[in-house]
Design a protein around this ligand. Structure first.
Ligand SMILES: [Zn+2]
Ligand SMILES: [Zn+2]
Length: 359
């Protein structure tokens, strides 16, 4: 085992702080990765604070990981020391269910192993995520990064990027399609960039008029203030697809009315169990054969496809880089949506902190 500096929450009401963990020695199929950057996802905060009721402590969050390969097991052929790689939300899955066989490990019928807070398949232990200096991952769950620079801004593609890319692809977003993106946060800003790069006509829905300029800069052809019924009415029955990234409970009918016949709205933000969205009006669905769907990250093959697409189209996330010790402040700002549009931890700060403590 290799001792590794990390940041962990010790309980739901404690801030994150320094905590030493151990990483396994790389097995024949494993890759050891020195972590350069880790994005900060809302799921990290939900897990650290046990807001989904399933957290095992100590909890080391982080599933938007970019790093450098330092060692590979003897049976690893696709990677070598020095490669720039990524790790997203999963580090293992059963490998034999229908979803896994189809390359959709994110829908593994036996439950995939999360990069953090996921029980390991064999020993049942907790997994520790990217708020740490290094990680060891089975090569099947490691991604190639071909972006040449700005690697900090690549990190959020591993969760925010694939969470929006996968539904945009699944519902065939492309030239000639009118696509709505609801909400301009970590997910929404990636949705706007990706849908624009796929060639669709992109309409951003936001409650804040102050986000109009940013929406257009990121690639939206139009920005609609969703609180304004007159602006919403102008788009009635005109959308092929709407990607709704908002987790706060809200009236879905306002968006369902904007879909064409056979249009779909896909939800990727989940409201808390105890405060769901109001039920949509069934008539709105029936009259135009409209659909409501959901989508969860993406499989490994599709995540690689997304990373290659982003490298080719020069797409990264808009980020603010922070030091590891500032993570608790970052969580507070994230709760106020005071970030454009993703925090990314520069892991050098953690390595320096650990070194100065050892000295
Ligand atoms: Zn995430
Ligand atoms: Zn499976």
């Amino acid at each position: 085992m290799t001792p590794t500096p990390a940041y962990a929450a010790q309980s739901a009401d404690q801030p994150l702080g320094p905590h030493a963990i151990e990483r396994r020695e790389p097995g024949p199929h494993d890759i050891a990765i020195d972590i350069l950057y880790c994005g900060v996802c809302h799921s990290d905060l939900h897990t650290a604070r046990n807001e989904w009721g399933n957290t095992t402590y100590p909890s080391v969050p982080g599933h938007e990981i970019v790093g450098t390969v330092t060692a590979v097991g003897k049976d690893v052929h696709g990677f070598k020391a020095g490669d720039t790689v990524g790790v997203g939300c999963m580090v293992d899955s059963c490998g034999h269910c229908d979803s896994c066989k189809a390359g959709e490990e994110n829908y593994c019928e036996n439950g995939f192993t999360g990069t953090y807070n996921g029980p390991a398949q064999e020993d049942g232990g907790n997994t520790y995520g990217g708020y740490s200096a290094n990680i060891v991952v089975d090569e099947k769950f490691v991604l190639h990064i071909t972006h040449k620079d700005n690697l900090a801004a690549v990190a959020p593609l591993l969760c925010a990027g694939i969470t929006t890319y996968s539904p945009l692809r699944h519902w065939h977003v492309g030239p000639g399609k009118k696509v709505g993106i609801v909400g301009l946060g970590g997910l929404g800003h990636m949705g706007v960039k990706l849908a624009h790069a796929m060639g669709a006509h992109v309409v951003l829905f936001t409650t804040s008029p102050s986000k109009t300029g940013d929406g257009k800069r990121l690639g939206a052809d139009e920005v609609v203030i969703s609180k304004d019924p007159a602006q919403m009415a102008q788009h009635a029955g005109s959308f092929d697809f709407i990607l709704n990234t908002v987790a706060a409970p809200h009236n879905l009918d306002a968006y369902l009315n904007l879909l064409k016949r056979d249009g779909t709205m896909c939800l990727v933000g989940a409201p808390p169990i105890d405060s769901p969205h109001p039920s949509p009006t069934v008539f709105n669905l029936i009259m135009k054969r409209r659909g409501i769907a959901g989508s969860l990250i993406g499989g490994i093959r599709e995540t690689q496809e997304m990373l290659d697409f982003c490298a080719e189209h020069d797409i990264v996330s808009d980020i603010e880089t922070i030091a590891m010790r500032d993570i608790n402040k970052a969580y507070e700002r994230m709760l106020k949506s005071d970030v454009k549009y993703r925090f990314v931890i520069d892991m050098q700060s953690l390595k320096d902190e650990a070194r100065s403590k050892a000295a």
